[in-house]
Ligand binder design. Structure first.
Ligand SMILES: *[C@@H]1O[C@H](CO)[C@@H](O)[C@H](O)[C@H]1NC(C)=O
Ligand SMILES: *[C@@H]1O[C@H](CO)[C@@H](O)[C@H](O)[C@H]1NC(C)=O
Ligand SMILES: *[C@@H]1O[C@H](CO)[C@@H](O)[C@H](O)[C@H]1NC(C)=O
Ligand SMILES: *[C@@H]1O[C@H](CO)[C@@H](O)[C@H](O)[C@H]1NC(C)=O
Ligand SMILES: *[C@@H]1O[C@H](CO)[C@@H](O)[C@H](O)[C@H]1NC(C)=O
Ligand SMILES: *[C@@H]1O[C@H](CO)[C@@H](O)[C@H](O)[C@H]1NC(C)=O
Ligand SMILES: *[C@@H]1O[C@H](CO)[C@@H](O)[C@H](O)[C@H]1NC(C)=O
Ligand SMILES: *[C@@H]1O[C@H](CO)[C@@H](O)[C@H](O)[C@H]1NC(C)=O
Length: 899
């Protein structure tokens, strides 16, 4: 099978415009690619076996790779029951997940391929198979000929529930010495689980290039000495993470070294600042070499990077950090890929930094130009870190400028990162099943979900830049952490001065500040006398000393708590910023400044703030029903009716329209997404989180924003290209929200096939083909009048037009939505729609008439054949997921000159 020399026209946000035109990339995208240095030639994948377990015949997956059914295959055991998933989740591709092999007795797949290092990828979609419950599948997978245990007592069901995944892929790299690679699946029957069985949906065995033989990694130790740590050539590994840092996900068919998948790194960034990501300069070419052949990582990995940011003082006060969940008790090989891709980065000592792994120094004085011998030359470094204990833990990788030799820029860079778990001496690679945080209510793919969750319906509040979610193949719970290795004291000043510069509000605490409340609040000096000032003591009392059980959410800024003030009379949401976050201060100030001036029924109200003791605390109205997103998908809340959804969209549009036009100066929200639309106890929607808002261009013609901020999946592609912020950027994001409301899926879902990852792109494609009704929320099928649907879909489509000039104004959007509501109402009145929402399953409608339970996935099979290269313009923005990045707030994609 060939090597797909696919240097995708670049995906990366910041430099898409440049990259898309790069002639070099295009030339390499065509031919065999053996025109450059010999070592840079393609890796020939000798073995590339894709077994679709339980299936017959051949079929392409959504990535265009051809799978063969294992029925009658020489690799498959005989007489093994095949099964079809009882229900196929909407986000789960059919190939290879529709069918499985299932057995309560051990079985073995045998691959007589001769000794070699292979990638072994096991695909699992937990569902009910042949009347066996998804949760009963509990088994081990071993390679007896190499004494390896790949998985032990593995529960795919528990894993998908805990990590909120649709399906699980486990990738191992195994260099076996026997002539045959055997994979043995053994059900783990035990006292508690007598019905244990084993299943598998797909098996890949693909030749691996020699990725680990070049030079030994160095061992990370507390004394930082970095001794070489040779790894035996036959060591087996499990891939935990493979990230294209600062770039987009790369699908397996576009990889250069054994059909590996790369994810984007933004979900794993932690800390208050996520730096800037950018693509290579136009005239830089990636120059592979004997030391770093092309199969090490595709060009896309080296053509994009993440750096700290333009302000060296800020850079000195934080670490660029990634946190990844791993199994404790193993050693990990951490491979970091570097390549300087900005044309002015040509000399040593321009950018020098330290690398820390798990709080230990892995390397001091990293200088990519020194290592790689030049601009555009890739280099990678391997480190081995040991972990103790059992269960899961965080692996933390951090970069910080090294200023000992006074480099030109105080900055750091990273282009790619891989984390491999190394086998133990006893041949085991198996970790424990992750523990779900909430009691599951039923298998991802059907089965009974009898018990209702005991989790109260009231979880919500003001959650700015929040993350509580998880995605991707190797997911983990994002934990918002912050570390400042150096310059800690920079943020700490005397308790009195607080973090609000006095200048912001003119005369602070003037004589008309007076005790106005029994609780001891005094009227603040803020321009709007509606804004209260709280003492830290009051805040502590309101939150029961920041009781974790009152936590509503965690975000890039810090934590949001539920609280009560005025002796319990008023419920509030309290957002506590991280006192050391140099960048957070600005966002908090913006929010106070704006919110204290703005009052609108559809904007969340700021009640007050606290600035004592370096605290950055904001107090808001409590929004009892939480975020809009929590009512759309991955949720235990009842689905919203179409009517409710329209009302919410209209309210949010009204709030945004007011922002754009109602205030003295036009205000651009910049971070419109479903987690920033909150619902109060009466289901009235309000727009929240103004931390990124900016007064519009009308106010300040000279200002060109150099830093693109916002949340991936919602970002206006034009804003990326031109770096000019207009109110049409909010319109774009709002269009994504409209589609999200209609389709009940995240703005970005990296686990889906390429063309479906970005909701905006996918929905527009479906709309153009006239099949948008096929991807709407199954709960809405039959509930939307065709006229209303048409209006709503057109409005959403116009909102996400590529060019801002083609998008309607927020006022027009509002008008169109109101019109759509009228259309809906009139058709409900005329009775053509049954009785709206409560009428379960009345097949009255033309919209989405097909059975939502049917496992058909027609659209994805028809599109696979179009081998689409184009991650079109719109996906430029679609790097990340869900609007749930830890620090979406700081997703500064711009300014490639990150110094
Ligand atoms: C590329 O490799 C093929 C086969 O090895 C060879 O025929 C061809 O001449 C090579 N092309 C270049 C430009 O070296
Ligand atoms: C798989 O895709 C290739 C081209 O991408 C096509 O030639 C082939 O017919 C497809 N095979 C199947 C079984 O769909
Ligand atoms: C596997 O382990 C057994 C006993 O522990 C040993 O005899 C055998 O040589 C080992 N095989 C390999 C391939 O390491
Ligand atoms: C196997 O996993 C199941 C479910 O997670 C657990 O109940 C059981 O105790 C485990 N058994 C062993 C031997 O670890
Ligand atoms: C696999 O192991 C053999 C030794 O058994 C070694 O010579 C070879 O280089 C290894 N291959 C890879 C790709 O690691
Ligand atoms: C590459 O482009 C930059 C500007 O984009 C320019 O400053 C630099 O001189 C160019 N370098 C070469 C080698 O052409
Ligand atoms: C590529 O790297 C090699 C050495 O690794 C160097 O000789 C050559 O000049 C480089 N080519 C470019 C275009 O930078
Ligand atoms: C690193 O340090 C932080 C804070 O001191 C701590 O919470 C964390 O557990 C440490 N991580 C490791 C792997 O030691």
């Amino acid at each position: 099978m060939g090597c797909s020399w696919f240097v995708a026209l670049n995906l990366l946000g910041a430099c898409a415009a440049l990259m898309a035109l790069a002639p070099v990339a295009r030339a390499q995208a065509q031919g065999g690619g053996n025109s450059s240095a010999p070592a840079a030639g393609p890796f020939v994948t000798r073995d590339n076996i894709l077994l679709d377990c339980g299936a017959t015949g051949q079929a392409n997956d959504t990535d265009g790779r051809l799978w063969s059914g294992d029925a009658g295959s020489k690799y498959a055991p005989a007489n093994l029951a095949s099964a079809t998933a009882a229900v196929q989740g909407p986000s789960v591709p059919q190939i290879p997940y529709l069918t499985a092999r299932v057995s309560a007795a051990p079985f073995t797949y045998s691959f007589p391929l001769g000794p070699d290092r292979k990638f072994v990828r096991l695909h699992f979609y937990p569902a009910n198979y042949n009347n066996r419950a998804a949760a009963d599948a509990l088994f081990s997978v071993s390679v007896p000929t190499a004494n390896l245990t790949l998985l032990y007592n593995f529960s795919a069901y528990q894993t998908t529930v805990a990590l909120n995944l649709g399906y699980v892929v486990r990738e191992f790299s195994v260099n076996f010495t026997a002539p045959t690679l055997d994979l043995t699946f053994t059900p783990e029957k035990g006292p508690g689980h007598p019905n244990a069985y084993a299943f598998v949906n797909g098996i890949e065995v693909v030749s691996s290039p020699d990725l680990f033989g070049k030079s030994p990694p160095s061992l990370v130790t507390s004394d930082g000495t970095g001794q070489p740590f040779p790894i035996d050539a036959t060591t087996a590994m499990q891939t935990m993470y493979r990230l294209n840092v600062g770039g987009n996900a790369i699908s397996s068919s576009k990889d250069t070294g054994g059909y590996r998948s790369w994810l984007d790194d933004s979900l794993y960034i932690t800390g208050a600042a996520s730096g800037v990501s950018y693509g290579k300069d136009e005239n830089v070419t990636i120059n592979y070499s004997d030391n770093v052949p092309r199969y090490v990582a595709p060009e896309d990995v080296y053509s994009s990077a993440r750096s700290m940011g333009p302000d060296k003082n800020v850079n000195l006060n934080f670490n660029l950090s990634w946190t990844m969940q791993v199994d404790a008790g193993f050693q990990y090989l951490v491979r970091l890929h570097f390549c300087e891709i900005q044309s002015e980065m040509t000399k040593p000592n321009q950018r020098v930094f330290n690398i820390y792994i798990n709080n230990q120094t892995a390397f001091s004085g990293a200088d990519v130009i020194l290592w790689s011998q030049g601009l555009g030359s890739p280099v990678y470094k391997d480190y081995v870190v040991s972990t103790l204990g059992s269960g899961s833990m965080d692996l933390l990788v951090e970069l910080h400028p090294d200023i000992r030799n006074k480099p030109q820029y105080y900055n750091a860079i990273l282009n790619g990162m891989e984390v491999f778990k190394l086998q133990l001496n006893n041949g085991s690679l198996a970790g424990l099943n992750p523990v779900p945080s909430v009691v599951p209510t039923g298998p991802g793919g059907g089965g009974d979900s009898g018990k209702k969750s005991s989790v109260g319906p009231i979880v919500g509040g003001v959650i700015g830049g929040v993350v509580v979610l998880v995605l991707g193949c190797c997911c983990f719970f994002v934990i918002c952490k912050r570390r400042t290795r150096s310059g800690n004291d920079a943020g700490v000043s005397d308790g009195h001065s607080g973090w609000l510069p006095l200048s912001l509000y003119g005369n602070s605490h003037t004589s008309n500040s007076a005790k106005s409340h029994t609780t001891g609040s005094y009227a603040s000096s803020l321009p709007s006398n509606l804004c209260r000032h709280f003492s830290f003591v009051e805040i502590k009392a309101a939150t029961n000393n920041f009781d974790e059980s009152l936590l509503l959410g965690v975000g890039g800024f810090g934590k949001v708590y539920r609280g009560e003030i005025d002796g319990g009379a008023t419920k509030v949401a309290i957002k506590r910023g991280n006192p050391f976050s140099g960048q957070g201060v600005h966002e908090f100030q913006t929010e106070i400044e704006l919110l204290s001036k703005l009052r609108h029924r559809h904007l969340v109200s700021l009640i007050g703030y606290c600035e004592e003791k370096n605290e950055m605390i904001l107090v808001y109205d409590y929004m009892a029903h939480g975020t809009l997103r929590e009512h759309l998908y991955k949720t235990q809340n009842a689905p919203l009716s179409w009517r409710q959804r329209l009302d919410i969209c209209i309210a949010a549009a009204r709030g945004l329209h007011y922002l754009h036009t109602g205030a003295k100066h036009s205000i651009i929200h910049r971070d419109v997404k479903t987690t920033n639309i909150l619902l109060d106890e009466k289901w009235v929607a309000k727009v929240s989180d103004f931390g990124l808002s900016k007064t519009g261009p009308s106010m300040d013609h000279t200002h060109v924003s150099t830093v693109v901020k916002g949340s991936f999946g919602y970002l206006d592609p034009e804003y990326f290209r031109r770096q000019q912020l207009t109110d049409k950027s909010d319109v774009y994001s709002f269009g994504v929200v409209l589609f999200e409301v209609l389709c009940a899926r995240p703005a970005l879902n990296p686990t889906l096939p390429n063309e479906e990852v970005s909701l905006a792109e996918w929905a527009v494609r479906c709309q153009k083909k006239g099949i948008l009704d096929q991807i709407i929320d199954p709960h809405l099928k039959g509930k939307i009048s065709p006229e209303c649907f048409k209006k709503f879909a057109e409005t959403a489509e116009n909102c996400v037009s590529d060019q801002g000039i083609d998008r309607p104004s927020m006022g027009d959007v509002l008008w169109n939505l109101e019109f759509a509501l009228q259309l809906q109402e009139s058709s409900e009145e005329s009775g053509s729609l049954g009785c709206g929402m409560s009428d379960e399953g009345t097949p009255l409608m033309i919209i989405g008439k097909e059975d939502p339970n049917a496992p058909s996935n027609e659209s994805s099979t028809t599109t696979t054949t179009t081998t689409s290269i184009s991650m079109g313009e719109q996906s430029i923005a679609s790097i990340d997921s869900d609007g749930l990045t830890p620090s979406a707030v700081f997703s500064q994609i711009m300014n490639p000159k990150g110094r």
